[in-house]
Design a protein around this ligand. Structure first.
Ligand code: UDP
Length: 243
């Protein structure tokens, strides 16, 4: 077994991470692949505790619907429901791989998930269960990146792992548009502000900075990356807290 650098992680998955090639909807083979990777991590590192915040952009974005005329708060509630659909899909795939998993939602829907209660989330983690936080923060105008920063602080996570779709870290410009873009191996939260780098939205960035939370940005589509990040191997970009 490799050396473990981060024992309790908060993995942020964008909604797109569960979508197929089209970038929208829930693609079951993709969900199974992500679940399979998490099951492998749990098998190799049984002591590593994994909490997940998933996005919902593959199904709905509040801002887009608001731009098209819907009331913003209402549009955001629909977005939060989308994150629950993703969370339930991932939980199903994990359970089919015999990984003990619980979904906790910030908006109560007791028939299908547990309500979010901080102490309960921590207890599940201590018992080795994967915990998936659905419905974002439960409040409109926020993002699931902010949810990740908030929940990571609440559960005293050692780091946020931000799995990106095809991009393997933070660059000085968009590598998809600029072939000479340069990747950073390490950054501080001050660097991100000074250089106006797009890592997470500003509310989420402020929260992660204030709580001094280490953040690993890496390519989720490369198999084995979650394990490498847990061992502290140099993959992607590490945004250092002072921990
Ligand atoms: N959302 C919200 N409050 C939250 C988290 C999410 O209102 O605390 C809504 C918002 O409308 C957002 C949608 O849920 O557009 C999907 O989340 P997000 O865009 O963060 O998903 P991702 O980009 O990670 O797929």
């Amino acid at each position: 077994m490799g050396r473990i650098k981060f024992k309790r992680i908060l993995l942020k998955l964008s909604g797109e991470a569960l979508a197929g090639k089209a970038g929208t909807g829930i693609d079951l083979p993709t969900v199974r692949r992500v679940a399979g990777e998490l099951a492998d991590v749990k098998k190799e590192f049984p002591d590593v505790q994994i909490a997940i915040v998933n996005g919902g952009g593959n199904l709905w974005r509040g801002e887009t619907a608001a731009a098209a005329g819907m009331e913003r708060a209402q549009a955001d509630y629909i977005g939060m429901l989308g994150t629950v659909m993703n969370a339930l899909s991932l939980a199903d795939a994990l359970r089919q791989l015999d990984v003990d998993t619980r979904v906790l939602t910030a908006i109560e829907m007791r028939q299908i998930a547990e309500p979010y209660i901080r102490g309960r989330a921590i207890r599940h983690l201590e018992k080795g269960r994967i915990v998936i936080f659905g419905a974002g923060t439960g409040s409109p105008y926020f993002s699931t990146d902010t949810t990740a920063a908030l929940r990571a602080a609440e559960i005293n996570a050692d780091a946020i792992f931000m799995g990106k779709n095809g991009v393997d870290g933070v660059y000085d410009s968009d590598p998809r548009k600029n072939s000479s873009a340069v990747k950073y191996n390490t950054l501080t939260y001050d660097d991100i502000l000074k250089k106006s780098l797009k890592v997470m939205d500003s509310t989420a960035g402020a929260m992660a900075k204030d709580t001094d939370m280490p953040l690993v940005v890496f390519n989720l589509n490369e198999a084995g990356n979650i394990k490498k990040a847990i061992e502290g191997q140099q993959i992607g970009t590490l945004i250092k807290g002072s921990k």
